[in-house]
Design a protein around this ligand. Structure first.
Ligand code: NAP
Ligand code: F7E
Length: 346
C-alpha cells in the first residue's frame, strides 16, 4: 500500500524537491496551492499529470494557511499518513515589512494545521519546517539544545511554530517533529534570497545583460547546504519509531562575500568590479553567524550532506548560465530582470 502525504508550500523550493522525493518513493502526494492571478506552480509543473490519468499520483488543492476551515476540510478529504508543513512567508527581510502577515501564516498557520489534525483525530505524522533563524544571535555552533534568540519577525514566528509543534506532541501525543534546517539553496531558490540573487547576477553579467549587483551586508556568515539533500532528512524524521527534533546542516560556514567570490570566479569575473553596496538590503537586526551541528541527524537518521557552499555556488551559477542559454527560465522560476519593479527592497 502506498502512503499518502499532504504537503503545504508544495510550490516553493523545498516543496518541489520533497514532492519529487515522495513520488519516487511511491507516495500519493497532495499539495496545497495558493490561488494567485498568475500561475505559481512552475517548480512542480514537470511532476504534474492530468488527474484523469489513472497513473496520476500528484494532486493539487487550493488552500491557504490563514483559512482554518479549508485546512480541516482538506485533511478530512485526503486522510494523509504524513503531513509536511512547509508553507510560510519565508523571507526574513520581508518579515520586517509584513510582521503581522508573517505571524499569521508562519506562526498561527502552524497552529491551524495542528489543531485541524487534532480535531479530525487522524493518526498522521507531522513535520514542521523549523529554521536556524530561531537561533539568531546565539553564537555557533548551534544544535538541538542551543537557546533561541530570534532577530526578525520571521524568526520569532518560527520559534512560536516550533513550540506549538512540541506542545501538540507533549499534550496530545501527536507524532510531530521539528526539522531545524539551516539555509539550503538550489537553482529553484526564490530569486530574492542572496545565493540565487548572486548566482543569477554573475551569470547575467557574464552574458552581458547586467552590469552591477547591489547587495547589503557581505559579512554575515551562513551554513549553506543543498535543498535537494535536505528534503531527504525531512522524510527520514517521519520514519522513526518516536518523534523528535533534529538540526540539519553542513557544519561549515561561509560569508556572503565568500559566496559572491565563488560565483563570480566560476565565470572568470572579479566580483569587486561589479558588486556595489545598497543599504536598502540591510536588515533592522541581523543574524551574524550560523553554523549547525547536525551530529544527531547523522547518528539517528543516518543523514549526512555531501554538497557544501563552494560547490553549491558553482552549480547554481551553472544553472543560471544554462537558463540564459536557452532563454527559458523553466523550473528556475525566472531569472529576475534588473528592471523589474519590486514593491519593497529584499
Ligand atoms: P519558499 O520557496 O518561500 O516556499 C514557501 C511556500 O509557502 C510557497 O509554496 C508559498 O506559496 C507557500 N505559502 C506562503 N504563504 C502561504 C499561505 N499563507 N498559505 C499557504 N501557502 C503559503 O520556502 P522554502 O525555501 O521552500 O522553505 C520551505 C519551508 O522551510 C518554509 O517554511 C521556510 O520558512 C522553511 N525554511 C527554509 C529554509 C531555507 O533555507 N530554504 C531554512 C529553514 C526553514 P507561493 O508559491 O504561492 O508563494
Ligand atoms: O540572506 C545577507 C542578509 O535572504 C542571507 C530563509 O530561507 O534562511 C533564509 O534566510 C544573508 C543575510 O537568507 C543581501 O543580510 C546581503 O545575512 O538569503 P537570505 P536568510 O535571511 O539567512 C533561513 C534559514 C530561513 O529559514 C529563511 O526562510 O545575506 N544579504 N545582501 C542579503 N540577503 C538578501 N536576501 N539580499 C541581498 O541583497
Amino acid at each position: 500500500m502506498s502512503k499518502t502525504a499532504l504537503v503545504t508550500g508544495i510550490t516553493g523550493q523545498d516543496g518541489s524537491y520533497l514532492a519529487e522525493l515522495l513520488l519516487s518513493k511511491d507516495y500519493v502526494v497532495h499539495g496545497v496551492v495558493r490561488r494567485a492571478s498568475t500561475f505559481n506552480t512552475c517548480r512542480i509543473d514537470h511532476l504534474y499529470r492530468d488527474p484523469h490519468d489513472p497513473e496520476a499520483r500528484l494532486f493539487l488543492h487550493y488552500g491557504d494557511l490563514t483559512d482554518a476551515s479549508r485546512i480541516a476540510c482538506l485533511l478530512e478529504r485526503v486522510k494523509p499518513d504524513e503531513v509536511y508543513n512547509l508553507a510560510a512567508q519565508s523571507h526574513v527581510r520581508v518579515s520586517f515589512d509584513e510582521p503581522e502577515f508573517t505571524a499569521n501564516t508562519t506562526a498561527l498557520g502552524t497552529t491551524r494545521l495542528l489543531e485541524a489534525i487534532r480535531m479530525t483525530g487522524l493518526p498522521c505524522r507531522y513535520y514542521q519546517a523549523s529554521s536556524s533563524e530561531m537561533f539568531g544571535a546565539t553564537p555557533p555552533p548551534q544544535h538541538e539544545l542551543t537557546p533561541f534568540h530570534p532577530r526578525s519577525p520571521y524568526g520569532v514566528a518560527k520559534v512560536y511554530a516550533y513550540w506549538i509543534t512540541r506542545n501538540y506532541r507533549e499534550a496530545y501525543g501527536l507524532y510531530a517533529v521539528n526539522g531545524i534546517l539551516f539555509n539550503h539553496e538550489s537553482p529553484r531558490r526564490g530569486p530574492t534570497f542572496v545565493t540565487r540573487k548572486v548566482a543569477a547576477a554573475a551569470a547575467r553579467i557574464k552574458a552581458g545583460v547586467q552590469d552591477t549587483l547591489y547587495l547589503g551586508n557581505l559579512d554575515a556568515r551562513r551554513d549553506w547546504g543543498y535543498a535537494a539533500e535536505y528534503v531527504e532528512a525531512m522524510w527520514l524524521m517521519l520514519q522513526q519509531a518516536a518523534p523528535d527534533d533534529y538540526v540539519v546542516a553542513t557544519g561549515t560556514s561561509h560569508s556572503v562575500q565568500d559566496f559572491v567570490e565563488c560565483c563570480f570566479a566560476h565565470v572568470d569575473l572579479d566580483w569587486r568590479d561589479h558588486v556595489r553596496f545598497d543599504e536598502r538590503y540591510l536588515r533592522p537586526a541581523e543574524v551574524d553567524d550560523l553554523v549547525g551541528d547536525a551530529s544527531k541527524a547523522a547518528r539517528v537518521l543516518g543523514w549526512e550532506p555531501t554538497v557544501h557552499a563552494p560547490e553549491l555556488a558553482r552549480l547554481m551559477t551553472d544553472a543560471e548560465l544554462e537558463a540564459l542559454r536557452h532563454g527559458d527560465p523553466g523550473t528556475l522560476s525566472a531569472v529576475p530582470a534588473p528592471a523589474r519593479h519590486q514593491p519593497a527592497p529584499h
